[in-house]
Design a protein around this ligand. Sequence first.
Ligand code: BEZ
Length: 397
Amino acid sequence: MKALDLGISRRTLLVGAAGVAVGSSLRIPAIAQGAPIKIGLMLPYTGTFAKLGQFIDNGFRLYVEQKGGKLGGRDVTFVQLDDESKPEAGADNMNRLVGREKVDLVVGTVHSGVAMAMVKVARDTNSMLIIPNAGANDATGPMCAPNIFRTSFSNWQATFPAGKAMYDAGIRNVATITWRYTAGAEMIGGFTENFTKQGGKIVEDLTIPFPEVEFQALITRIATLKPDAVFAFFAGGGAVKFVRDYDASGLRKTIPLYGAGFLTDGTLEAQGAAANGVKTTLHYADNLDNPANIAFLKAFKAKTGQDGDIYAVQGFDAAALYDIGLKAVGGDHKARDKMVAAMGAAKIDSPRGPLSFNKAHNPIQNIYLREVRNGRNELVSVAQANVDDPARGCRLT
Ligand code: BEZ
């Protein structure tokens, strides 16, 4: 685990802690003392998902800045922690945030395996957790809990609509390719469920350990199989490399490349022309023509100098969701039941389009079919409107 100090000085943290001690009386509620809400950002700031973590972080902070540095009327302080996308360190890192740092909310993370370790700790310690990316189906399935929300997607949800979209495009035989870990298996699983239901056939499932990027042998295998199309899940640095390698192999023109939208989101600058024509499904497209998206992209560019993407949107919406919860309780985050009820009932005018939550606290949202054109993930159609994850195994009512 690496504790970072990127956007908040150590002094700020110490001042926050001192404020509680000086005000001292343990009988005066923190809110009455004006103590800041303390938020732990547990994200990958290094490794293949580093850019994803940074964009989530920037998106969250952008929302807070737009609210004058406050959420629910309370000042906010941050603790950053680099989870390095290492599942084996996930529980210790989460325990450090909720135990030693005593944060009021943890926002994290990107990698499904790390997120599941966080979910277990959040359940055991009844800590508030908002997942701003990781799609592990179980987090809003059998492991769902009142204190756990997600502002991203379930892995099933992001790819299920692609099965029909590809079948409707006349594709009948598909080879899949992904990293061998939870998100890879579940993204391919969602796609396969729908594609085979339509009558399509999977000719082979190809995998490579996370986060390896030596794709050549697998691409050679695709050339031998000659499927109608390929469906892929990779993200971040791995997605950049895969799309470039696939293009360099010459296959892109004869065997069209499809995938979960992470294949081309936040990656296009590095992929360049190699990504042209790649079609994906995701809960976002760069050119969604709604006022929230237009304003968001403008503000994100002004803050960071970079183009916003789905990761930034998910971070932004995580802050919006917590703001709604805190406002409902006048900033008193200890009024947990009321705060959670308000968050569960939230209807957010997100840059992605309308965003609400199911009983398991997973988003209900449109999934779009996009195509890369001129360096942008452009909207082709709504692949499926208001997609709701079945939340299999979730016992919340
Ligand atoms: C995941 O591990 O859940 C994940 C990582 C990157 C992009 C999308 C999902």
